[in-house]
Structure formats: structure tokens, C-alpha cells
Design a protein around this ligand. Structure first.
Ligand code: ADP
Ligand code: MG
Length: 114
């Protein structure tokens, strides 16, 4: 971790979801490195796995395979409780639909966790 925050390293991420009797591979060996201070936009059609990737990086979900390093932490090695604490301290997540308060403005929703 430096003054710009932690680096993020994704290696060989796999995540599949069961659809009836078949497995739908959403992430298949996804790898990426984000440097401290770098701003990244993830683009892709609806259903291409953007939210799945963010859920993995923030420890909301665990990958089927691969590693996720944020700074000196291996997110996949943390317990659920440790991942919750990691999110509370280090992750800001604006959800697309839920966890938004309709009586607040967009800015107030963004500032609420702070
Ligand atoms: N919890 C889940 N259970 C089953 N299928 C899921 C789940 N989350 C995502 N998916 C499926 O994974 C694929 C990618 O979804 P998602 O990551 O939400 O895409 P995006 O955010 O790019 O629109 C979609 O086919 C979606 O239906
Ligand atoms: Mg999404």
C-alpha cells in the first residue's frame, strides 16, 4: 500500500453459475493488474460479468479458482468475517439497484458510508 492506495492483482479467476443442469462460465481465467492510483472502467455488454468481477474483488463472493490480491491481502484466503471487515475499511461500493435510499440524492447516497 502506498499513498495512492493498494494495488489489485487478479490471477486466473474462474467463476461459474449453475443454470439448470449446465454450468455457465462467467469468468474464465480472468487476470488483471491495477496499479495504485490508477482508475479503471470495466466495460462490456449486460451479462458479461462486470458485477461478478466487482463482487469478487470486494470479497462479496469467492471465485471457483484463482487469486485476488488487494495490497498485501489475499482476499480468497480471508474468512467471511475478515472479508466483511476488509469491505468496511477499504471498499466503497455503489450498487446498481439495491442498498440505495430513495429519499436521498445521488450525492447523499454516495456520502452516506463516509
Ligand atoms: N448469483 C448468481 N447466480 C446465478 N447467475 C448469476 C449470478 N450472478 C451473476 N450471474 C450470471 O452471470 C452472468 C454475468 O452477470 P453479471 O456479472 O451481473 O454481468 P454484468 O454486471 O456485466 O451485467 C449473467 O449471465 C448472470 O445471469
Ligand atoms: Mg452489473
Amino acid at each position: 500500500m502506498n499513498k495512492f492506495g493498494p494495488s489489485i492483482e487478479l490471477r486466473g479467476l474462474r467463476k461459474s453459475f449453475r443454470e439448470g443442469d449446465r454450468l455457465h462460465a462467467v469468468l474464465d481465467e480472468a487476470s488483471a493488474v491495477v496499479s495504485p492510483g490508477e482508475r479503471v472502467a470495466i466495460l462490456g455488454p449486460s451479462g458479461s460479468g462486470k458485477s461478478t468481477l466487482l463482487n469478487l474483488i470486494s470479497g462479496i463472493e469467492l471465485p471457483d479458482a484463482g487469486t485476488i490480491r488487494v495490497g498485501d491481502r489475499d482476499i480468497t484466503a480471508l474468512s467471511e468475517r475478515e472479508r466483511t471487515l476488509f469491505r468496511r475499511l477499504h471498499v466503497g461500493f455503489v450498487f446498481q439497484f439495491f442498498n440505495l435510499l430513495p429519499t436521498l440524492t445521488v450525492m447523499e447516497n454516495l456520502l452516506l458510508p463516509m
